[in-house]
Design a protein around this ligand. Structure first.
Ligand SMILES: *Cc1c(COP(=O)(O)O)cnc(C)c1O
Length: 431
């Protein structure tokens, strides 16, 4: 077997959209980006949607838009991809890391304790597609004591009058919360369309605005579009029209617009998302749950509860009671069998750059605990039933070996033999 971790979904409809874009001879920001924004508006019921060239640049944009700068603080979880913290650092502000809960999400109580008069924003991360507790986070930023602490320092901060809640929704396109799109439950939700995400544009991202009524959505949309284009008052398509050559630069913008050639990929995928791609992911997650339910080491990822449902971006399996070293060994053993898995995430305080900035993993015990026993399994529409079964059997066998060894029931040498026997049974599927 050779099962990759997360190949992009590219069918004939994706190829056709990209070809059409090439044949139309308009490849940078234009009608395909507009069409993708419309689809995301429909999917999320947001007030405005702006496509950009990555999640990271979208986050930098929204922090800058809000006026976040040196001396400010932004609260983030320690357990996320580095981009969450780097977007804050790029604006000159300080990422204040807090620990997560056992659902991988930022702990609202720890957020409350971390708020100071310097706090300008909170970035909650929907790990694996599982929405954070937005009811509680929204309640906290609106509490009188906390709202009174807020010191506005820009036009937008005046308009909002409180801490901005950003959702790092890099994983969570299609997730639901309180019966509608999870993206609606923060001021700003940002999706990633990087190659491994549920919807991809090769590289890309998208900002969903759900600001309070003190903001005019149309004005903010136009302003943000200019911001993605060097602060230029006319985009390339408008300039290309006869007589449309003259333009102006109104402020120091960024250059982070999404090209049409990229949007075409995501546009084809999103048309199939609700009816095909997302239900297929869900089905795989259900097969995994069923496959592992008899194992007393199995800790299932959060998938749904009364108010929310994940979008099955990852299947973050946790193995009760194993060490980080045992987890690493299981991953190596699975690789030997041709199953590529992953870990989401190495907590940022364990990475050199953040260590050097003074963050310590000892301050985030739950993040470490989740990380040490976590293995992300392949989950994507192209997986076949045979592959899914092979993954389940392989994981059960390789975890079994580690737990067997841990219980000291057999000597190391015997384990070697066992490792040969079990994979042989497994190899029956494909060889
Ligand atoms: C992928 C990812 C990002 C970064 O997305 P890019 O589009 O690559 O910038 C940010 N946060 C999380 C949690 C991610 O998984």
């Amino acid at each position: 077997m050779n099962i990759p971790f997360s190949p992009p979904f590219i069918d004939q409809s994706v190829i056709d959209q990209v070809l059409e874009t090439l044949q139309n001879k308009w490849i940078t920001t234009g009608p395909k980006v507009k069409a993708l924004e419309e689809e995301i508006l429909k999917l999320t019921d947001s007030k405005a949607v702006v496509c950009v060239n990555s999640w990271t640049s979208g986050a930098i944009l929204m922090l800058k838009w809000f006026g976040v700068k040196e001396g400010d603080e932004v609260i983030i979880p320690a357990y996320t991809y580095c981009a969450t913290a780097l977007s804050v650092l790029h604006c000159g502000a300080k990422p204040v890391m807090v620990d997560i809960n056992e659902e991988f999400c930022i702990d609202p109580e720890k957020v409350r304790q971390a708020i100071t008069s310097k706090t300008k924003a909170i970035i909650a991360v929907d790990i694996a597609g599982w929405p954070c507790n937005y009811n509680e986070l929204n309640a906290i930023i609106k509490e009188k004591d906390i709202a009174d602490l807020f010191e506005p320092n820009s036009d937008k901060q005046d308009l909002l009058g409180r801490i901005m809640l950003i959702s790092d929704a890099a994983h969570s396109i299609g997730a639901t919360y309180n019966g509608n799109a999870a993206a609606k439950h923060s001021d700003v939700a940002i999706f990633s369309f990087h190659a491994v995400k549920n919807i991809t544009t090769a590289e890309g991202g998208c900002i969903c605005l759900n600001l309070p009524t003190t903001f005019d959505n149309d004005t903010e949309y136009k302003f943000l579009k200019m911001y993605t284009l060097n602060g230029q008052n006319k985009d390339a398509l408008a300039k290309s029209k006869g007589g449309g050559w003259r333009y102006d630069i109104l402020f120091q913008g960024l250059k982070i617009n999404m090209p049409d050639i990229c949007a075409a990929i995501g546009l084809a995928q999103i048309k199939k998302y609700g009816n095909e791609l997302l239900p297929q992911r869900k089905e795989i997650a259900q097969k995994y749950c069923k496959g592992f339910e008899q194992m007393d080491w199995f800790i299932a990822p959060p998938l749904y509860d009364q108010g929310r449902e994940t979008c099955y971006h990852l299947f973050p399996l946790r193995v009760k009671g194993i060490t980080e070293g045992q987890r690493d060994q299981i991953i190596d053993d699975l690789a030997q069998l041709g199953v590529a898995v992953n870990v989401h995430f190495i907590p940022m305080p364990m990475l050199t750059y953040f260590k050097n900035l003074g963050y310590k993993i000892e301050d985030f015990p739950i993040a470490y605990e989740q990380y040490a026993c976590e293995i992300s399994l392949p989950i994507y529409p192209q997986l076949t039933a045979v592959e899914i079964q092979f993954i389940i059997d392989s994981v059960i066998a390789m975890v079994g070996i580690q737990l067997y060894k841990q219980n000291n029931l057999i000597e190391k040498a015997t384990v070697r033999k066992t490792r040969v026997i079990i994979p042989n049974q497994i190899y029956g599927y494909g060889h």
